[in-house]
Design a protein around this ligand. Structure first.
Ligand SMILES: Nc1ncnc2c1ncn2[C@@H]1O[C@H](COP(=O)(O)OP(=O)(O)OP(=O)(O)O)[C@@H](O)[C@H]1O
Length: 502
């Protein structure tokens, strides 16, 4: 660890700071001015940037692991207040070009103020990590409640859905699209109320009331995170611009999942899930009430503007739907929430920190990076269920690749890559299927240009990652070099090796 504090570490931090700098004016200046270099527009954070260190906190259990962060229960030693500390490894964020998302999530959370949205209290940083002190949601994810209970009785689903609708109405009224609504991102307080979390995919609309500072990710080109395969609406697969309707589709999927235990569009691979979504292939279990079916059916309308809540009448249509009959929207948060099903392992909804005592601050930087290999023992339910999906695969979803598959065969990984030759390079679509089959296709002629002979034996087929974008696929006969502009070299290695070890 100490070695990093040498030249390379310092440079990395400088580089990170220059990218992450947000105007943090002294409140005593009345929010005016700003420093000379960045003085275009002033902004004062509600959640201040503090000078705390990790030693100011007593760390407890790991709540979960995200794609570029780890969230840990942390008690501030002097005040005794418990937070969910989101810890992000600077080096990893810089390397993975996630700086803009971190900035956007930070600045959006800073300005949101609603009982149904997780609150950001303050931030701080050290050489290796950035820290966001979030309101601690001790009840865990709604996903875990669904898993533990199998599925939720309709009254419970109604309660949670109503709280999500109430919070979404607020988020949309602020001109924001969340874009990753799903049971894993709906957290529960210790008494069981919903808090929407994870604003890493948020998209501010043009007329948003939220101040978004320059360099925060807001364009889709830069945006790698746009939700999760099973909850992605069909228009996103067709590259239509994001609308509030995106979140309402995801709400429909979430309600379906609460009532049945699984998401409506389920299949063996993302590719097949996308096909189901495009085909709007939904089957309602017999035990769903007519009201639930009607609401889900409307939320899953192909036309995003027809989804209740998205039209000109706003949320009134959604709240007045017969499924929500009896819900008193004005006193939602005073109602008694459903009883939480406790984690059978810890047998406590409170932070039981004892079994995670192996984790300590000196591991912070390393752990975040390592957890992204998916090897963390404390990985969240989201990870275990491999629900996390990147635009990477959605991006490449196009029915034209279907012609290269046999009946029943599905795509596991696909991307447009450059196949490097001695002096030139050629764009090809690299496709890995569950057969297993590994081919590359000329995207303009739609012809298979190469079939890399599959072998489960790493002596006959192996992948070498040479940089985040570059990798070599090695067979006894030849070595092929590819460049993936989206930096998925190690994902390719993992996908191929995962299939070899299946
Ligand atoms: N405020 C919180 N209180 C309690 N647990 C939390 C809180 N915020 C996040 N978590 C838990 O930590 C996990 C990781 O959260 P994080 O926001 O880092 O990433 P994510 O939403 O899971 O994934 P990704 O960033 O890949 O979309 C979550 O799945 C959740 O279970």
């Amino acid at each position: 660890m100490l070695a990093l504090v040498g030249g390379e570490g310092v440079n990395m931090e400088k580089d990170f700071d220059s990218k992450l700098r947000i105007y943090n004016n002294d409140t005593s200046s009345g929010g005016g001015g700003g420093n000379g270099r960045d003085a275009q527009k002033s902004f004062v954070f509600r959640a201040p940037q503090e000078n705390f260190t990790i030693q100011d906190f007593e760390l407890g259990k790991i709540y979960g692991v995200g794609s570029y962060s780890k969230v840990v229960r942390a008690k501030k030693k002097d005040t005794g207040i418990v937070y969910a500390l989101k810890i992000m490894d600077k080096k990893f964020i810089t390397k993975e070009n996630k700086t803009a998302y971190v900035k956007l999530e930070r600045i959006v959370l800073d300005q949101l103020d609603h009982p149904g949205v997780v609150r950001l209290y303050f931030t701080f940083q050290d050489t290796f990590s950035l820290y966001m002190a979030l309101e601690s949601c001790e009840g865990g994810e709604l996903f875990d409640q669904i898993t533990r209970k199998g599925c939720l009785p309709e009254d419970e689903a109604r309660f949670y859905a109503a709280e999500v609708v109430d919070a979404l109405e607020y988020i949309h009224s602020m001109g924001l699209i969340h874009r990753d609504i799903k049971p894993e991102n709906l957290l529960l307080t210790s008494d069981g109320h919903i808090k929407i979390a994870d604003f890493g995919s948020v998209k501010p609309m043009q007329d948003s009331q939220i101040t978004v500072l320059p360099n925060a990710a807001s364009d889709d080109k830069a945006c790698t995170f746009v939700g999760t395969a099973a909850y992605v609406p069909p228009e996103v697969l067709n590259s239509s611009p994001a609308t509030f309707g995106n979140d309402l589709w995801a709400l429909g999927c979430t309600l379906y999942q609460m009532l049945s235990g699984t998401s409506p569009f389920k299949d063996a691979s993302e590719w097949l899930i996308f096909q189901r979504i495009i085909a709007r292939d939904i089957k309602f279990p017999n035990d769903f009430s007519d009201e639930a079916i009607d609401l889900i059916d409307r939320l899953l309308d192909r036309d995003p503007s027809r989804r209740p809540g998205a039209g000109p009448e706003g949320y009134a249509v959604l709240k007045m739907h017969p499924f929500f009959k009896g819900v008193d929207w004005k006193i939602l948060r005073q109602q008694t929430p459903p009883k939480l099903a406790l984690d059978p392992v810890s047998q406590s909804s409170e932070g039981n920190d004892a079994h995670d005592s192996s984790w300590n601050p000196s591991h912070v930087g390393d752990n975040v990076a390592r957890s992204n290999d998916g090897n963390s023992a404390a990985a969240s339910s989201s990870e275990a269920a491999t629900h996390i999906t990147r635009l990477a695969s959605i991006d490449s979803f196009d029915s034209k690749w279907q012609q290269f598959l046999d009946p029943g065969e599905s795509v596991l990984m696909i991307s447009m890559v450059k196949k490097m030759q001695k002096l030139t390079s050629k764009k090809v679509q690299l496709i890995l299927t569950n057969k297993p089959k590994l081919i590359y296709v000329d995207p303009s002629k739609l012809m298979v240009k190469g079939n890399i002979i599959w072998s489960d034996n790493p002596n006959d087929l192996s992948v070498q990652v040479t940089s985040p974008s570059n990798f070599k696929i090695c067979t006894p006969k030849k070595v092929m070099t590819f460049e993936d502009a989206k930096q998925r070299a190690s994902q390719w290695k993992k996908a191929i090796e995962g299939l070899q070890n299946r």
